[in-house]
Design a protein around this ligand. Structure first.
Ligand code: ATP
Ligand code: MG
Length: 553
């Protein structure tokens, strides 16, 4: 320990932020196995990987996911991104300002006294304002209508404060100071950015930005990476979690001769292929107890979902008193979400509500029937669930969810659906889309709960511990380690000489399968001894034969 090391009580304990966690070995091997399987399976379906940034403009998520969703209204990590530190200093000068009493006279109408006392504050306001206006004009703060009107109002309030310090009581001035401080916070120094809560919006943004509609259609993309939502942490629910997702995006060219029936059939095949890819992935991983549920939530038209939602809403109004607070609120904000309720006492009520399948338009009905047919053709088992709705606004027609074993109430490992029109909503060309997002944390939890761990971690390379003794043996050990590693073997080369007994003990503690015994005698003879730690048997090899032997494992 060095002298500079702080005393125990001075050391601060750092901990991972609530809802985030470290993924550690050996678990990370399973994470890698899952991700490698995703690369392999998605590759066979012609998908290419996209790696979008982890933060995007807040507006991108607000517009795509929807303002009224839980994700946007309360779960996003957003921050203001700005470079103007001078502005920040000037604003802080306003925020920390306090009146210093001048003279000892009683408070009241003080005329010049108050003016002297509050003039420094007025100066700070003016400094901030001048700098802010300049930054606005140069575009160093966002040139938004909100910032423009801030400047207008702030200027007016500043001038009226000047007038007030000539004539008002201290009490009035103190109030005005407080409100001006609050006011000064309204200037946005930079754009609002958000740590992505999901990646579909980013993929659509990238599709538009890189003119992917000019590439062969559809574009099939997948991603793997962390997402961020400020949720209440619990098993299977974190604030930083990982998703593996895929999206199929297809530009729709204006074509008057388009055959609508053929289009619906084609879309249904796209949906079924994507779901098949997903099930192939879960199957390859041997995820236990996988269940696919599907539904169609129609499209936003009066003769389809909109009509149904209006009907649902009026039916919900009739039973409003029997519902919980969340559901009551959702009758106004998002009636479909009431169907999602897990509350015990609401279940019999929900069971009597009208079902969307009876209110789909003809096209949505045709499409849904075709999706089911196509899934059957591919041997994909599904269960229909008329109450399956998604928490994000952009979905239409096909929606699906997959649950797995061993996860308690957080048992959804994947959600997805069709979202024609989302790309257009984000300023792109008319585009159809469908995608899914797998919760990788939950997928891993479910695999870990599964009894047979060997299924998922069977592809470990052989692990050899080199027990060397003597200077010649050491040089041979260094060479052997290099050759063995080049052949894919995991090798532990101890940095100090150890007695053979001690070396073997350490080898088993580390979980090695073999110990390669190298003393000066072995080196001189050119025959090396490989000990199998599980049963203590030994075999002698020349170096090339040893390599051959390990390579074949
Ligand atoms: P849930 O109903 O479980 O909150 P969701 O509808 O919010 O899920 P999506 O936005 O559809 O979920 O995300 C797809 C998948 O991502 C989910 O099925 C789940 O496996 C996973 N997921 C979502 N939020 C979290 C989280 N906070 N922690 C871990 N995994 C999550
Ligand atoms: Mg959620």
């Amino acid at each position: 320990m060095t002298e500079a090391a702080p005393k125990k009580e001075q050391r601060r304990k750092f901990q991972a932020i609530r809802g985030t966690r470290d993924l550690l070995p050996p678990d990370t091997a399973l994470w890698n196995h899952v991700e490698e399987t995703a690369h392999a399976v998605f590759g066979t379906f012609g998908f290419g990987e996209i790696r979008p940034p982890i933060f995007e403009p807040t507006e991108l998520f607000a517009r795509s996911i929807g303002q009224d969703t839980d994700v946007v209204s309360k779960e996003m990590y957003s921050f203001e991104d700005f470079e103007s530190s001078a502005l920040l200093d000037y604003r802080n000068a306003i925020l920390i300002w306090k009146a210093e009493p001048i003279g000892s006279g009683p408070p009241g109408i003080l005329g010049t006294g108050a003016s002297a006392q509050y003039k420094p504050f007025a100066d700070r306001l003016a400094n901030f304002f001048v700098l802010a206006r300049e930054a606005f004009e140069k575009g160093n703060v966002p040139r938004t209508p909100e910032n423009e009107s801030f400047l207008k109002f702030f200027e007016g309030e500043m001038q009226s404060f000047h007038a007030k310090i000539q004539s008002q009581t201290i009490a009035v001035l103190e109030n005005t100071v407080q409100s001006l401080k609050e006011r000064s916070r309204a200037l946005k120094f930079g754009d609002s950015l958000t740590l992505r809560p999901e990646a579909t919006a980013s993929v659509c943004r990238a599709y538009i930005e890189h003119n992917m509609q000019q590439l062969p259609q559809p574009q099939k993309l997948y991603y793997i990476g962390p997402m961020f939502r400020r949720e209440r942490p619990q098993k299977g629910r974190y604030r930083q979690f990982y998703q593996i997702g895929a999206e199929v995006l297809e530009n729709v060219k204006p074509d008057p001769t388009r055959d609508a029936a053929k289009e619906l059939a084609k879309d249904a095949i796209t949906d079924a292929e994507l779901i098949q890819m997903l099930m192939t992935f879960f199957d390859r991983l041997k995820l236990p107890g996988v269940q696919l549920e599907i539904n169609s939530i129609g499209h936003a038209a009066d003769n389809c979902r909109r009509g149904y939602v209006a009907l649902l809403k009026s039916e919900l109004e009739k039973v409003k008193d029997k519902l919980g607070a969340d559901s009551q609120r959702r009758i106004e904000t998002n009636p479909l979400r009431v169907l999602d309720s897990k509350l015990e006492h609401e279940q019999p009520i929900i069971a009597t509500l009208p079902k969307i399948a009876d209110h789909l338009c003809d096209d949505c009905k045709t499409h849904y029937a075709a999706v089911k047919r196509e899934l059957e053709l591919r041997g994909v088992f599904y269960k229909e669930n008329w109450r399956l709705v998604r928490g994000l606004d952009y979905y239409m027609r096909t929606t699906f969810e997959i649950t797995a074993q061993g996860l308690g109430s957080q048992n959804a490992v994947c959600g997805g659906g069709r979202y024609d029109g989302l790309v257009e909503l984000l300023g792109g060309p008319p585009t159809k889309g469908i995608g899914f997002a797998i919760g990788e944390d939950r997928l891993i939890l479910s695999l870990q709960e599964a009894k047979d761990q060997s299924l998922v971690t069977s592809h470990q390379p052989p692990f050899v511990y080199i027990a060397w003794m003597g200077a010649n043996a050491y040089a041979a050990a260094v060479h052997a380690a290099k050759d063995l590693r080049a052949a894919g073997t995991r090798v532990e080369l101890p940095p100090v000489e150890q007695k053979f007994g001690k070396a073997l003990e350490r080898a088993s503690k580390l979980g090695a399968q073999y110990a390669l015994i190298l003393g000066d005698n072995e080196v001189a003879e050119g025959t090396w001894t490989l000990k199998t730690l599980a049963d203590g048997t030994q075999q002698k090899f020349t170096e090339p034969h040893l390599l051959d032997f390990l390579k074949k494992l």
